[in-house]
Write a protein that binds this ligand. Structure first.
Ligand code: NAD
Ligand code: ZN
Length: 251
C-alpha cells in the first residue's frame, strides 16, 4: 500500500487538472450510513419503496417518517472527516479543481472545497411541492409530519429521488469536468447509480488516469481503475495528501 500511495501521489502532483468523484462512502466516517454496502440503510429498508419519487408523491408522510426525518437528524450532527478535509487540502495546494459529489450532505463545502457539483442536489434546502418556494432545512418546523409550506403544500428535500432526472446544468458541468481532467480520484462510490457511474468512463475515454479509494472492490476496480487504494477515505486521504505535499516541497 505505501508503494501505491506514492505512485498515486506522483501522478497527482504532476497532473494539470484533477477532479474528484465522491459517493456516500466518503461520508461514512462522518457518521452518515451509505445506502449500499455493509451497515447500509438498505439492509433495513427497500430503497424503491421510500427513496423513489412515486413513493414521495403517493405517501409523503411515510417517506418523511422513514427516510427524510432520520436523515435530517443524522445530517444535523455530521461534520467533515479526514477524507473531505484531504480533498479541501488538495484544492488549497492548487491541485484539485472540482468535486463532483453524489452526496447531499454539504460536507465538501463545509470542509472548504469551493467548486462542488452536487449531482444529486442538496439536503440543505427543502422546496414546496405545490408552489416551489424554497426554505432552508434547518428552518423547517417538524412538529407536523410531513412539514408544510406557508401555502399548505408539502415540503420535500431539494435532492434527486430515484425516478427523477439529474438537473441539466449539474449533469453538463460534470461531463465537462470529467472529460477535461487528467486524473479522476473516485472515492466511496460503488458506481452503481447512473448517470454518476458513467463519469469515470467519460474521464477514462479522454485518457484520464483513474485512482480509486474504497475499502471494497467496485465495478470500476478491474474495469478501468489504474490504481486502487483499498481502504477507508479517512485513513487513505491524509497519507495521500502528505505524500503529494512532500513532492511539491522544494528540495
Ligand atoms: P454508493 O453507491 O456510492 O456506495 C457506497 C460505497 O462506499 C461502497 O462502494 C462502499 O464500499 C464505500 N465505502 C464504505 N465505507 C467507506 C469509507 N469509509 N471510505 C470510502 N469508501 C467507503 O452509495 P450509496 O450508499 O449506494 O448511495 C447512493 C446514492 O444515495 C448516493 O449517490 C447519494 O445520492 C445518496 N446518499 C447520499 C448520502 C450522503 O449524502 N452522505 C448518504 C447515503 C446515500
Ligand atoms: Zn408552497
Amino acid at each position: 500500500m505505501p508503494d501505491l500511495i506514492e505512485k498515486a501521489a506522483k501522478q497527482i502532483s504532476e497532473a494539470k487538472s484533477v477532479v474528484a468523484l465522491t459517493g456516500a462512502g466518503i461520508s461514512v466516517e462522518s457518521g452518515i450510513p451509505p445506502f449500499r454496502g455493509k451497515g447500509g440503510l438498505w439492509e433495513k429498508i427497500d430503497p424503491m419503496s421510500v427513496a423513489h419519487i412515486d413513493a414521495l408523491k403517493k405517501d409523503p408522510e411515510m417517506v418523511w417518517r422513514v427516510l427524510i426525518k432520520s436523515m435530517k437528524l443524522v445530517l444535523d450532527e455530521a461534520r467533515p472527516n479526514a477524507g473531505h478535509i484531504g480533498l479541501a487540502e488538495l484544492e488549497k495546494l492548487g491541485i484539485l479543481q472540482t468535486v463532483i459529489t453524489q452526496n447531499v450532505d454539504g460536507l465538501h463545502q463545509m470542509a472548504g472545497n469551493s467548486d462542488v457539483i452536487e449531482f444529486h442536489g442538496t439536503f440543505a434546502w427543502q422546496r414546496c411541492m405545490e408552489c416551489n418556494q424554497s426554505i432552508e432545512t434547518s428552518q423547517v418546523d417538524m412538529t407536523t409530519i410531513p412539514p408544510q409550506c406557508a401555502c399548505g403544500g408539502i415540503l420535500r428535500p431539494d435532492a434527486v429521488f430515484f425516478g427523477e432526472m439529474i438537473p441539466a446544468e449539474e449533469l453538463m458541468r460534470s461531463q465537462k469536468a470529467s472529460a477535461n481532467c487528467d486524473i479522476m480520484i473516485v472515492i466511496g462510490t460503488s458506481a452503481m447509480v447512473e448517470p454518476a457511474a458513467s463519469m469515470p468512463f467519460v474521464a477514462k475515454n479522454n485518457n484520464a488516469v483513474i485512482i480509486e479509494i474504497n475499502p471494497e472492490p467496485t465495478q470500476l476496480t478491474t474495469r478501468i481503475s489504474d490504481l486502487s487504494l483499498m481502504g477507508s477515505a479517512g485513513s487513505i486521504m491524509p497519507r495521500l495528501v502528505k505524500a503529494v505535499q512532500k513532492r511539491l516541497e522544494p528540495l
